[in-house]
Write a protein that binds this ligand. Structure first.
Ligand code: HEM
Length: 142
């Protein structure tokens, strides 16, 4: 089974029709750093959970086609410039996601974890390293 198939099956088991996945994720993620709790103080967590579900799909598509959509570029810029997320913060994000998976996927295993890491890492790396170009700076200043 390819890593994408492993990922898709695990995604269905853990997130598919499970309303608790993102509750667990944000509990674990926010507990990792006092600065995370602070950053989320004024954020609507219900909206946040829905948006993260979509974002995971965008990360997955990026892993397949390596084409960054405007959505992913804007998300990267928002995290870098507004929320000021560090490289280490992204590592903690992935750690929290895998810990959540271990709780919610009844068939969780090292192979399943590896399939999530392989599927999401290209998109996470994109978000960590993407920089606005000069053209965009000019466009956005009008
Ligand atoms: C690859 C990893 C991540 C993904 C896919 C992701 C995804 C998202 C999405 C989809 C939103 C909603 C954007 C919107 O409202 O337009 C969001 C907002 C947010 N993210 Fe992330 N995120 C990631 C990592 C992180 C990390 C590491 C932090 C560290 C603190 C973080 C903090 C936040 C905060 C505070 C907001 C709310 C911003 C606001 O509404 O003011 N995110 N994220």
């Amino acid at each position: 089974m390819s890593h994408l198939e492993l990922f898709n099956d695990s995604y269905e088991r853990a997130i598919g029709s499970n309303p608790h996945f993102f509750d667990t994720f944000y509990d674990l993620f926010i507990a990792k750093s006092a600065s995370f709790a602070e950053k989320f103080t004024h954020v609507s967590m219900e909206r946040q959970k829905l948006m993260l579900r979509d974002a995971i799909n965008f990360l997955m598509s990026y892993s397949i086609n390596h084409q960054a959509t405007d959505y992913l570029e804007q998300l990267a810029i928002k995290h870098q410039e507004d929320i000021r997320v560090s490289t280490e913060d992204y590592e903690l994000w992935l750690d929290a996601l895998l810990e959540t998976l271990a709780i919610h996927d009844p068939h969780y295993s090292d192979d399943v974890a590896a399939s999530w890491i392989q599927t999401l890492t290209p998109g996470i790396t994109f978000m960590q390293t993407y920089r606005r170009t000069t053209d965009q700076d000019i466009r956005n200043s009008y």
